[in-house]
Each structure stands twice: as C-alpha cells, then as structure tokens.
Design a protein around this ligand. Structure first.
Ligand SMILES: C[S@@+](CC[C@H](N)C(=O)[O-])C[C@H]1O[C@@H](n2cnc3c(N)ncnc32)[C@H](O)[C@@H]1O
Length: 293
C-alpha cells in the first residue's frame, strides 16, 4: 500500500491526482481502494499494488505532477503510526519531490529560444508570452505532468501537443519517453519548440498536416480567452482524426470550454476517463481525459 501526498496547490483536485497515479502505474496492477490509511487526515490518497511491482512503481514517481511525496505502509513492530485493517503500521518514505528542481523547471525560470517581431532569435529566461489574449503561455510543470501521465496507458509512442506554447507538455512528455510532435500557430515559437523536439509544425490545431491515425496520444492546454470561441472543441475533432483507436487525449481547459469539449467527445464516441475541476490559484479550469475506442 502506497500513501500519496497531494500537492497543496492542487489539494482540491484529488480525483485528478488519483487518476494520474493510476494511469502512470497502469501496467503494474494498481488499485485505489475506497477506505485507506490516514483517510481522516485529508491531503492524501492511497494506491495498492503487488509487492513485485514496487521497484518499477518507485522509478516512475518523480514524474508525478499532483503528488509531492509517497510513503509506503510497512508493518510496525514498535509504536504504530497508523492503525489500519486492525493492524499497526508505520510510514516509510519512498520518494519526495525535488522542490528546487521543480521550481527551476517552471516556465518563469527555464530558458526558451524566442524570435520577437522578426528580430533575432535569442534565449529568453522566463518567457511566458506577450500578455495579449492569445499569447498567454506557461503551463505549470505539475499540470503539464498531469496531462502527460493521464495518457500514459496509450504510450510511450507519438504524443502531440497542438497548442504547444512554450513547450511545457512537450518537455514533460519527452522526459517520460514519448516522441513529441508540437504545433502552434505563432511562428515566433518555432525555434524554442524545435529545440525541444524536431517534429514541430507552425500550423492551426484545427487542420494539421499529419496522417490520420498517426498518433498514440495528445495532451494540451488550449488558449482560454473567450474570443477563441469553439476552437478547443474543433481541435478535439482534429485529434479524433489523428489519434489511433485505443489512443488517448487529455486537455486542461477553461471552465467555460468544458461543456463544448464534453459534447464533442461524446459525439465522437470517446470514453471519458477523467472530468475534474482544478483550481489554479483562483483560475477555474477543468482536467478532461478520454480514451479513443
Ligand atoms: C495556453 S497556450 C499553451 C500553453 C502551453 N501548454 C505551455 O506550456 O506554454 C495556447 C497556445 O495556443 C496557440 N494557438 C492559438 N490559436 C491556435 C490555433 N488555432 N492553432 C494552434 N495554436 C494556436 C497560441 O499561440 C498559444 O501559444
């Protein structure tokens, strides 16, 4: 039994954190039983898996987004920290997030090659877009990891981010062993995104020059501004063409975009695997994930 500690900044998105952990460990026979140790404390959830998979599971924990530490429940001989299933247990720390490393990988710290207004290409530290309605960028590392982990059962293989921005999803996907394909309408991003992965397209997410069924998964964050209208749902239709049967998709969208995405996905026959509100420091967004039958 493993006890997962939720990231405080995503503490209300427990359902998303559980789905993330189960998807990341999908091939290691994980389950999330309803009642678990420390359930009265809050801020934790628990995943059970066979002892023989413990080493493989531990190796993947540093890829988690919404969890910052994981303990293993071991039988206690002396004073028990926890009583559960009528036995005494203690917690043994398996993994703790490297908080400083996580901070350095954040979009407001990391370097990105950027070409502004046809000028020279230069490395910019902390580039997060121009502040205009369509150029706000910079998905937090924990959210990028969440999206990539949600589609883990379809991979690793080829993963597309059709609204790639400054590449948060692509970086998390690359670290998890995916071959990344990125697209963004803004040509100023092509050097930075091309450095993250060579398969980059300056293109519209609604009509991408890629072969039907040529992708295993997609993970993305569309622009949130209302002026984009049904862009996110239209992009999901294009993903239906591109993602192979059995593939998966995950999207972090603004709350107002969720209904359109749900309806489009249902119309395409996609199976929902997650639909969870996420409070991003007061910004109400929704994490959605599907499997393409
Ligand atoms: C919210 S940002 C993505 C943030 C990204 N996940 C990151 O980590 O930086 C949305 C991106 O969509 C791009 N975009 C806007 N309309 C687009 C379209 N029709 N097709 C492709 N990209 C588009 C914008 O240029 C912007 O970079």
């Amino acid at each position: 039994m493993l006890v997962f500690h939720l990231r405080a900044a995503r503490g209300r998105a427990r359902v998303a954190a559980v789905a993330e952990a189960l998807a990341l460990l999908h091939d290691l026979a994980p389950s999330a039983p309803a009642g678990g140790p420390l359930s009265e404390r809050g801020g934790v959830f628990w995943v059970e898996l066979p002892e023989r998979h413990l080493a493989a599971a531990t190796a993947r924990l540093p890829r988690l987004g919404y969890t910052t530490a994981v303990d293993r429940l071991v039988p206690a001989t002396g004073a028990a920290e926890v009583r559960w299933r009528r036995r005494p247990w203690r917690l043994a720390r398996l993994w703790t997030e490297d908080a400083a490393g996580h901070r350095e990988a954040a979009p407001d710290r990391r370097e990105f090659l950027f070409e502004a207004g046809g000028g020279p290409v230069r490395p910019v530290r902390g580039y997060r877009g121009g502040g205009g309605p369509l150029t706000r960028r910079g998905l937090p590392v924990c959210d990028a990891r969440l999206l990539v982990n949600l589609v883990a059962p379809a991979g690793p293989g080829r993963l597309l981010d059709p609204f790639a921005g400054v590449g948060g999803v692509a970086l998390a996907a690359r670290a998890a062993g995916w071959t990344t394909v990125t697209a963004d309408l803004d040509p100023g991003l092509r050097h930075g995104l091309g450095r993250i992965g060579p398969a980059h397209l300056v293109a519209d997410a609604r009509a991408l020059p890629l072969r039907s069924g040529s992708l295993d998964a997609a993970a993305t964050e569309p622009p949130y501004d209302r002026e984009v209208g049904p862009l996110a749902a239209q992009a999901l239709e294009e993903l239906h063409r591109l993602v192979r049967p059995g593939g998966a998709a995950a999207v972090l969208c603004a709350a107002w975009q969720a209904a359109g995405l749900r309806a489009t996905a249902a119309g395409l026959g996609w199976e929902a695997t997650l639909d969870c509100p996420v409070d991003r420091k007061g910004l109400e967004v929704v994490a959605l994930a599907w499997r393409r039958p």
